[in-house]
Write a protein that binds this ligand. Structure first.
Ligand SMILES: Cc1cc2nc3c(=O)[nH]c(=O)nc-3n(C[C@H](O)[C@H](O)[C@H](O)COP(=O)(O)OP(=O)(O)OC[C@H]3O[C@@H](n4cnc5c(N)ncnc54)[C@H](O)[C@@H]3O)c2cc1C
Ligand SMILES: O=C(O)[C@@H]1CCCCN1
Length: 392
């Protein structure tokens, strides 16, 4: 007997656009608060076209800005809660060393916010973590809380709990149009939905997407080369799965920073990347010719030969990912200045994964009209002039 097709439900309490880690955690909090939530994703899940794919991300308490480091205990607690809810391991504590010149202001601010007194010199670092070679006079600060989040697994877990709490996730469905109003109408490639509240977490697509709402956000998508480097002698580089993550600050050869994670996902291969990339339109990212120059690889090769001599100096595996940067590299977490029932979460500037549980909570609070748990001044849309263009 042919199954009778159910008419598609079209009205929800809240609609969330974009099922990366930020939209998924936002939807998770809403569903846990018993809000009937629709989460829309343009691609079939899982996908590797945005910013949340791949196997690993750094989580650390070390932040120069106190307003991020203050959120980290909450974030660690919420990650643990997700682990318990799904019975999966999402985090491995490895520690992280911050490397840089002594007295470098960001390094000092991180050390202060961590409450750490100890600074390791080159000899002390090499003794503790034999794979690393600091240059003369440079120092390292250890964040022992830090580690690796298993990113793909985390995204799956948060979406699973969202669904378990009654949430609806529709993938392969791109949002084409938004009509603001007391009830917001959302038109996708497959249907029309309505809700009194909308949240936009569309990653690198956000800037172009919110233009239809008269909003000009200074968001710059960047294409990032994600590189893995092979140990010269398998197992001998001292950079295996028990070594720490690292992050450089204030190195003249890489002012944006270089970071690395131990060989966890691919045995014998360490992930070392430049915290920077080339401006890109997310719709055209695959049109970059493979012969295009790769300045980031040059920076990384030179760094590896000095600081990580146990690794080969050409990458063994290369993947790509997208950052969406704001001019100050702080997030945007705010209501639309004209349509207060539309909330935007964007501009995570290459450091948003670890904080996604807290970002999701804040976007949920903003959407429900509640007092956010943290001071939101650093994340306000109005810190940027001219966002409403001539209509302002
Ligand atoms: C190489 C790399 C390394 C990183 N390392 C770290 C790290 O170590 N630690 C850390 O904390 N953070 C890190 N980050 C940052 C972190 O991964 C991002 O901040 C985070 O993934 C951003 O998530 P998002 O949900 O905003 O974006 P996305 O994951 O891109 O999600 C947005 C989603 O919206 C969908 N979408 C867009 N438009 C539409 C539409 N019209 N209709 C429907 N769906 C739509 C997209 O398809 C996408 O799935 C890193 C990022 C990269 C790229
Ligand atoms: O958020 C982080 O911890 C890292 C720092 C280095 C760049 C990538 N993101």
């Amino acid at each position: 007997m042919a199954a009778q097709s159910q008419p598609q439900k079209s009205t929800y309490d809240v609609i969330v656009i974009g099922a990366g880690i930020q939209g998924s955690f936002t939807a998770y909090h809403l569903a846990q608060r018993h809000k009937d939530t629709l989460l829309l994703e343009q691609f079939l899940l899982p996908h590797s076209r945005g910013s949340s794919h791949g196997q690993s991300r750094i989580i650390r308490s070390a932040y120069a800005q106190e307003y991020y480091s203050r959120m980290m205990p909450d974030s660690f607690r919420l990650w643990q809660q997700l682990e318990a809810e799904t019975g999966t391991t999402l985090y491995r504590q490895t520690g992280l060393v911050l490397l840089g010149p002594p007295g470098e202001p960001e390094l000092e601010a991180c050390r202060k916010n961590l409450g750490v007194d100890e600074v390791l010199d080159a000899a002390a670092l090499a003794q503790r973590f034999p794979g690393f070679r600091l240059q003369a006079g440079q120092v390292a600060v250890l964040d022992s809380t830090a580690g690796v989040l298993f990113a793909d697994r985390a995204l799956r877990a948060v979406q699973e709990v969202f669904r378990r709490h009654g949430g609806t996730l529709r993938d392969g469905e791109k949002v084409l149009r938004i009509e603001p109003g007391a009830t917001v109408t959302v038109t996708t490639t497959a249907g029309v939905y309505k809700a009194p509240r909308l949240i936009i977490t569309a990653g690198a697509w956000t800037g172009a997407f919110v233009e239809q709402l008269g909003l000009h956000l200074p968001l710059q998508p960047l294409r990032i080369d994600v590189c893995y480097w092979r140990e010269k002698q398998p197992g001998s580089a001292g950079l295996g799965s028990v070594s720490p993550c690292f992050l450089t600050l204030g190195l003249s050869q890489a002012p944006h920073g270089i970071y690395g994670l131990p060989s966890i996902e691919y045995p014998g291969l360490m992930k070392v990347c430049h915290h920077h990339g080339s401006p890109i339109d997310p719709e055209k990212r695959d049109q970059v010719p493979s012969s295009a120059p790769r300045p980031d690889i040059t920076v990384l090769s030179s760094f590896i030969s000095s600081y990580l001599p146990g690794l080969e100096t050409q990458p063994a595996v290369m993947e790509t990912c997208l950052y969406t940067n704001t001019p100050d590299e702080d997030f945007i977490l705010d209501r639309h200045p004209k349509f207060s029932n539309i909330v935007i979460g964007a501009g995570f500037s290459g450091h948003g994964f670890k904080l996604a549980p807290v970002v999701g909570k804040l976007l949920c609070q903003l959407s429900l009209g509640e007092e956010p748990s943290y001071n939101m001044a650093h994340f306000a849309i109005t810190r940027f002039p001219g966002v409403l263009g001539a209509a302002q």
